[in-house]
Design a binder for this molecule. Structure first.
Ligand SMILES: Cc1cc2nc3c(=O)[nH]c(=O)nc-3n(C[C@H](O)[C@H](O)[C@H](O)COP(=O)(O)O)c2cc1C
Length: 389
């Protein structure tokens, strides 16, 4: 790669600091479910997997189940053996993961996850417990391109009941406890999975939340769960640790879904969540270079930063030639080079502060160093979607 290219991408390799969090560069390994933690306990292989990627400025782990019995299970899209953030064995496992990543010079946050409506009844660490859904529904059943027919009939179409107020509070408390445990074992901050149709997003989205109590109503009312969740986590972990909050317009139930039709609405949703204590908004898009609203080239992360004044992280197809879940995933140096230069330009313009990279880094642990040194990038192979190394 040329010297010109290296100059273009230099903004990616600037350090980033926010209170006690200091990152060597702007590349964040995006959270990616793996299913390599039998009984929810991450082992040495998980530690090695993340440590090999420690040259990312920050690693956000795969989704990690919070301390709530219905947090995890088969979800149609993600596999079994997801890790969790509670219990002595799992927490010891995470302490070893964190220590190994730190010893390799990296920084790491866990992505706290509750599958919400997506969880398949009768599966996961507590198969006996009911799946919890804000309004009893999985979402509209006519826009289900991303799930299998089996999942559609076994999970999505199965009727449920709306959560009680007590059940809502239980989930919030489960997140807060797991955040505390995560800080106790040495993580560098907390990432919250508030996207893609899982629990936090189930409250944000009208396709899964038709409640009329304090957890529902219009888009502002539907943000109350996220607001209380972030406040509860802040109460547990204090003001210093950085909280990263992932959100998305798209859902696995409906890739065309939108939480906000206008920047004004997005501001009304994110503003109170920011005030509750979020430091970084991770705007999850399938393509980082897709403008979110007409009349501006800003992407979702760009709008989050502009509207809240908080730091923002983008993601979606960086380092590849196409976005996640497309059938065409070729990648390789030429396509990737254009993407990387584009994302670095936007970063330099201050549109966002951090750049999430998922599949390219899952596939190639040496990706960050390879980009920085200007080496050729490996072609992306779909077969390596859930890599062992
Ligand atoms: C195998 C796989 C697992 C994923 N698991 C998660 C997850 O646990 N939590 C999450 O927020 N996003 C998850 N994602 C989405 C990624 O974090 C990321 O947003 C997406 O892959 C787009 O980035 P990319 O084009 O660089 O891969 C997953 C994506 C893939 C491919």
């Amino acid at each position: 790669m040329s010297l010109e290219f290296q100059a273009e991408i230099a903004p990616l390799f600037e350090p980033f600091a926010l209170r006690s969090l200091s990152l060597a560069n702007r590349v964040v390994m995006a959270p990616m479910t793996r299913g390599f933690s039998p009984s929810g306990v991450p082992g040495k292989d998980v530690a090695g997997y993340y440590a090999r990627r420690a040259d990312c400025g920050l690693i956000i782990t795969e989704g990690v189940g919070v301390d709530h019995p219905a947090a995890l299970g088969g979800s149609g899209v993600d596999g079994d053996n997801a890790p969790h953030m509670y219990g002595r064995c799992a927490l010891e496992g995470w302490r070893a993961v964190v220590d190994t990543v730190h010893a390799a010079g990296g920084k790491i946050m866990p992505q706290l996850w509750h599958q919400g409506v997506m969880r398949e009844m009768g599966t996961g660490p507590h198969p006996e417990v009911e799946t919890v859904r804000p309004s009893g529904v999985w979402g509209p059943l006519d826009r289900t391109a991303m799930v299998t027919p089996e999942y559609l009939s076994n999970v999505a179409a199965k009727p449920g009941r709306a959560m009680t107020d007590e059940e809502v509070v239980d989930v919030i408390e489960g997140f807060a406890r797991s955040a505390r445990y995560a800080m106790d074992v040495g993580f560098d901050g907390i990432a919250i999975h508030g996207a893609h149709g899982y629990m936090v997003d189930d409250f944000l989205w009208d396709g899964t939340n038709s409640r009329t109590d304090r957890w529902g109503g219009d888009h502002i009312g539907r943000a109350a769960f996220a607001v209380e969740l972030v406040k509860a986590i802040r109460r547990e972990i204090g003001l210093e640790p950085v909280i990263n909050f992932r959100f998305s317009q798209w859902k696995q139930q409906d890739v065309r879904a939108r939480l906000a039709e206008t920047p004004g609405q997005l501001g009304e949703i994110l503003g109170p969540i920011a005030d509750a204590g979020v430091d970084i908004f991770d705007g999850s898009q399938r393509y980082f270079d897709k403008a979110e609203f007409e009349g501006s080239s800003l992407n979702l992360a760009g709008w989050a930063k502009k509207l809240t004044g908080k730091a923002a992280q983008t993601v979606g197809g960086v380092g590849l030639s196409s976005g996640v879940y497309d059938s065409k995933r070729t990648g390789g140096s030429d396509a990737a080079r254009e993407n990387i230069a584009n994302v670095a330009q936007r970063l330099a313009r201050g549109e966002f502060d951090l750049v999430g990279v998922g599949r390219a880094i899952m596939h190639d642990p040496a990706w960050v160093g390879r980009v920085q040194r200007g080496e050729e990038l490996l072609p992306f192979a779909e077969a390596s979607r859930f890599v062992l190394t």
